[in-house]
Design a protein around this ligand. Sequence first.
Ligand SMILES: [Zn+2]
Length: 249
Amino acid sequence: MGAKQIWLGVFIIPCGIVNTYLVDGGADGLILIDTGLPGKTQRILDGIRNIGRRPGEVRHIVLTHAHIDHIGGLAELVKLSGAEVWASAIDAPIVEAGRGFRPMKAAPELIPGLMFRLLSKKGAAAEPAQVDRTFKDGDVLPLAGGLQVIGTPGHCAGQVALLWLGHRVMFVGDACVNLFGELNSPIGYEDEALGRDSQRKLCAYDYDLACFGHGAPVSGHASVKMARKWLPHPDDDHGHAEHVKASVH
Ligand SMILES: [Zn+2]
């Protein structure tokens, strides 16, 4: 399967277990968000051609975080496109080394936990690639009218989400996933408490489309769906209390 348009100016290119995204930045060219696993670059190139564009039109590659399934195709894609590479200052050294991934623990939930056991390969490495520009939490990248950087550590210390300003689109990275029709934890956490904070942080923004590293995008009031999953539900407690009271009388 090649690329598919999911929003005005946004395309998903599924690469096996992980998604990459293309944003049509107009005068800024195409912006590729994440680069898949090593050895899967052909899928991304096919996806670009699929929508009638050329790899050379990718002028920027923005990484949500430095895990092997997000940086694996970077070096090859840079050689083919000449794109400028953007990564968080915290994760840039891992991108430039292609190794040195921090240890993660399996998420406590069943499905992500199982996937962690299936997918985590020790000793995996990516071809090193130079990072041209680093960013940090709170920055706005001057691309496609503005990509706001939202630091979302926990799954990965340098992870960020990207909010496409004026377009109501959030690129979530792996702060959470949407697998089997359900929002859920990423497969693992470097620091679970921080990861939970990051999930709640993403509920404070207003967006219609949420794009995940793993699983299908969520459209239509995506931020409300995120809040329903990740924020405490005062109404539920109230409803529960009412129900108990009613059964007592
Ligand atoms: Zn990850």
